[in-house]
Write a protein of this length. Structure first.
Length: 274
């Protein structure tokens, strides 16, 4: 049996994608029974709408079977549809998100400082994020169950993404890694990579010609940061919700997501080494 590394993460070279942020291969992460996630079968990223020709060629070369896009209609209208990849099954599976609600992106793009203070200051942005993570775990059981079932059958290699690749995709990757027997510390280490400045979603804001204030001022960006950051307490809230609701990961996977032992083993056979 191969020995597990003491480090929860396996160092990986940065992939030089220009128009796709937060991309990475989960290959190498230590999983169940001394096995590891197989390289080249499980990927995560931000949206693919702005992929360059070179980015698209790189993604085509991965030999992807399925791309799960967790964005909703408003996200896709704002950012654009994913680029077309050769021979890929594209599955749009909208998940709940802090951006749900027609006013969210208006607030982010156009909200004045007074509005942002009222909605996001004094920990309100963080509470919004934590509430969203808890909600995704409890209300998106069918969707997460489908993702695992599809991958257990014939849907890998797979790429999961949302807009920024950290919340909806982050939780879907976390759920997948739990099913593969990856421990929470390792899952958190991968999740927190999305906090790196070069990985974060690019925020842009409209300036009001009648307002002399800077729409990208340090205070404005500080108010918005919790919405676009990956923080340990957000993921911890998701794990806590699993414990509180199902009493642990095993019941969550079996009863919440309907992942029976046979399908779980097929999932591991497809995505793990050894």
């Amino acid at each position: 049996m191969p020995q597990q590394s003491q480090s929860p993460q396996v160092p990986q070279a940065e992939t030089p994608l220009v128009g796709v942020r937060n991309f990475r291969d989960l290959g190498g992460l230590p999983a169940a029974d001394g096995r590891r996630v197989r390289p080249g079968v499980l990927f995560r990223s931000g949206h693919l709408a702005h992929a360059t020709e070179a980015d698209t060629a790189f993604l085509d070369a991965l030999g992807l079977h399925t791309v799960f896009d967790f964005r909703n209609a408003a996200d896709i209208k704002l950012e654009g549809p994913d680029v077309t990849l050769r021979g890929v099954r594209n599955v749009n599976l909208p998940l709940s998100d802090p951006a749900d609600g027609a006013g969210f992106w208006t607030m982010v793009r156009e909200g004045d400082l007074k509005t942002l203070r009222e909605l996001l200051s004094e920990g309100r942005a963080e509470k919004r994020m934590i509430g969203s993570y808890r909600s995704i775990i409890t209300t998106r059981l069918v969707e997460h169950g489908r993702i695992l079932s599809d991958m257990a059958e014939d849907s890998s290699p797979v790429l999961m993404h949302c807009s920024a690749g950290k919340d909806r995709a982050g939780l879907s990757i976390a759920v997948t890694l739990l099913a593969l027997g990856v421990d929470q510390e390792t899952i958190e280490a991968d999740y927190l990579e999305s906090a790196a400045a070069h990985r974060r979603y690019k925020i842009w804001r409209k300036g009001d010609p009648s307002d002399s204030s800077d729409p990208m001022s340090p205070e404005v960006m500080a108010l918005l940061l919790p919405l676009f950051d990956a923080r340990a307490e957000y993921l911890a809230a998701a794990f806590a919700t699993i414990e509180e609701t199902w009493g642990g990961t095993e019941r969550y996977l079996a009863e919440g997501l309907g992942l029976d032992p046979e399908r779980r083993e097929r999932l591991r056979e497809r995505l793990l080494t050894g």
